[in-house]
Design a protein around this ligand. Structure first.
Ligand code: ZN
Length: 427
């Protein structure tokens, strides 16, 4: 290429397999945006990457994680009983003792892990309460800034200790939204009674309206069949005209509700345009602990929500904290866990599981242009596979991760079967 003549493309991915296209495809990117997707692009890009027939997907989206808590388990000891009560006890100790720098450092490790596994957009809930004040928020904001070249991070101001039962939390929530919160969180079921739960939702709704922000609440994260905060949130959404701007996360009590009640709530949720995030890894571990067999799975009714046409995304929730000792911030792993937890096994259901970490999660984060088409943001993951279902089954390596047209991560793994020392049989 003539060095004086700049290529019209920053990056061209050659010989990519793209879902819905029969032939291998070149993808050209300019200015962080996909500019051409066609069988062959003439000319050269400033950079070129021959992906050799590998599948290229829009990069994964993480719609629900707690970056202020990740990696805290090794710091303050294990959850010996495995219960929510002990997890909360551990959490309070950590919140009191962590500086913003501590939070930023731990969050950074997980953000980089997420990027390596193909995620370039993260929505994180961050505790805002009178225990930790605004330290968790400032720590996660610092981590987001330090990783702004790798990943978009949306922050949900999350009143983990309640609002009514934690006097001062409402004012801190307001301060958090002023300081950099993007979305108003909530956890109404954590209040002590229904009246307080309604008040909690009302306060959060007012805050969302004051800052013109979306809402993303933790809802009914309990095994209690009497937990009714999803119903209350739907009411408040419709009453305040916030349809399409509200996400309900966890929703574990749905597993304990009667079929009739669950069906009625799902219909009302659809009418109010609610979106859902299930966090199967953490909730499979935490819910139903006090049940004898048969044991509830503690998940929302994923199949029923999908059948009602609702957006259902899937989150990691926790990585190595007092609630959950595992987690790799890997959305492909989370989607596979969802398939098992919600019994998604036929092709259309597997597609829904894959959408839960891609298109549906993108909808929850309000991402526009999430596809491999001209005009869409060039956030892509190249999978070591030629088929998306196979990539899920085999947890395919993420060969390259592209963000806004720049290759930000690469993974290379070689596996070999050896029969005897002198007879390698390839891999
Ligand atoms: Zn959560």
């Amino acid at each position: 290429m003539n060095p004086a003549a700049r290529s019209p493309f920053d990056l061209i991915l050659r010989r990519a397999r793209v879902e819905g296209r029969l032939t291998l495809t070149d993808i050209a990117i300019w200015g962080g945006v996909i500019s051409q997707v066609t069988d062959h692009i003439d000319g050269e890009g400033e950079s070129e990457l021959d992906v050799g027939g590998s599948l290229v997907s829009p990069a994964f989206v993480q719609p629900h994680i707690h970056l202020d808590k990740v990696g805290t388990l090794p710091v303050l000891g294990r959850n010996a009983s495995g219960t929510l009560a002990e997890a909360i006890e551990i959490l309070h100790r950590i919140k009191r003792s962590s500086t913003a720098e501590d939070v930023a450092e731990r969050a950074g490790v997980v953000i980089r892990q997420a990027v390596l596994s193909g995620t370039t957009r993260i929505r994180t809930h961050v505790d805002v309460d009178t225990v930790g004040g605004l330290n968790p928020l400032r720590g996660v904001m610092q981590a987001a800034k330090e990783h702004a070249d790798l990943c978009d991070i949306q922050i949900v101001a999350f009143p983990q200790e309640g609002v009514v039962r934690d006097p001062g939390a409402a004012e801190l929530m307001d301060a958090a939204m002023r300081e950099g919160g993007d979305v108003v969180g909530g956890m109404p079921h954590w209040e002590t009674d229904d009246e307080s739960a309604r008040e909690h939702i009302g306060i959060c709704m007012q805050l969302a309206q004051r800052y013109d922000a979306d809402i993303d609440m933790h809802v009914d994260e309990t095994d209690d069949p009497g937990s009714r905060t999803l119903d209350m949130l739907i009411d408040a959404t419709a009453r305040n005209g916030w349809q399409g701007r509200v996400t309900a996360g966890h929703c574990c009590a749905m597993a304990a509700w009667s079929d009739d009640y669950a069906g009625a709530v799902i219909r009302r949720a659809a009418a109010a345009g609610l979106k859902f995030v299930t966090n199967p890894a953490t909730n499979l571990l935490l819910q139903g602990r006090l049940d004898t067999e048969p044991r509830r799975r503690g998940l929302p009714r994923v199949k029923e929500l999908l059948a009602a046409g609702l957006v259902v995304a899937c989150g990691q929730d926790c990585v190595q904290d007092g609630f959950y000792p595992f987690g790799a911030a890997d959305q492909l792993q989370v989607a596979l866990i969802l398939c098992h937890a919600a019994q998604l096994s036929v092709p259309a259901e597997i597609d829904a599981a894959l959408a839960s970490i891609r298109h549906s999660a993108a909808q929850i984060m309000g991402v526009r242009g999430y596809a491999i088409e001209p005009g869409c943001t060039a956030d892509l993951v190249v999978l070591d596979s030629d088929d998306m279902h196979e990539a899920l089954r085999l947890q395919a390596n993420r060969r390259w991760v592209v963000r806004r047209g720049t290759i930000v991560a690469a993974t290379s793994v070689t596996s070999t079967i050896n029969r005897g020392t002198d007879r390698p049989v390839g891999g």
